[in-house]
Design a protein around this ligand. Sequence first.
Ligand SMILES: [Zn+2]
Length: 299
Amino acid sequence: MRMQERTCPLCRRGSVDVWLEQKFDPARLDRFAFASRKLPELMRFPLALCGSCDLVFAQRIPDSEWISAGYREAAFDAGIESVFAAEAYAAELSRLLPISAPQRSALDIGAGDGAFLAQLLKLGYSNVVGVEPSMEPVTRAAPEIQPLLRNEFFDPEKFPPESFDLVTCFQTLEHVEAPLDLCRSAYRLLRPGGLLLVADHDFRAWPARLLGERSPIYDLEHLQLFSRRSLTYLYATAGFGDVVVRPLRNTYPLSYWAKLMPLPVRFKRVLLNRLTGSHIGQWRLSGRMGNLIAFGTRK
Ligand SMILES: [Zn+2]
């Protein structure tokens, strides 16, 4: 694995401060390092805070080929949780429909098992497509959703400009090497009046502040982490208007919250075994758990 140095991938300037020191043991890397919603293993590349745009980013990361290979092979263990997340995003989107373009075509970048594509069809979108580089979530997609998924990395050249009314990107901007390029591409792919809807972790929200370096958001797979300020900056720099960034309300079963808690791994496995399949484990809790939802329109 070769490593590459990075400056702030958002504003590319600004003085940086150390945010968290590197904590990285290659021997502990397994197939789950690049899977979404997995058991956190608390490793990270050296993280810096950009003084200009308020982005936390990894200053030294492996070369692009190593990262790409990791995503293609990443294991996927998030079936039920992906449905709950997709429902939360759909609830946000349905509130925006009166102010957005007609519900015709939508692109979901980092679509996972396509849970949100199913929500889009329910909301009346007729032409939906998802892009997902990992193989496993695509093979696990529901049979009626699988044909809507492209198992590849997002490449804007594969879509005509101004061809979508909606582009969505959930818990994905943290993972890409060039988040600003992705947003600029989304802008070009949207029709005027079209909407970009994004959800991300917020490193300044209370769960991350409370847990400090034990927060599951500090992780090898997250090449950068946003706050309200840096996410607003991202939208504005990519050209979007009417930008709104605010906390997202998530609803998940108790067993999922337990999975994210900073507990010793062995204790957590026992707890999860007890909760999974039990009545209490299915209790639904909702709250502002440290995620942001953002939207803006193409001018
Ligand atoms: Zn910056």
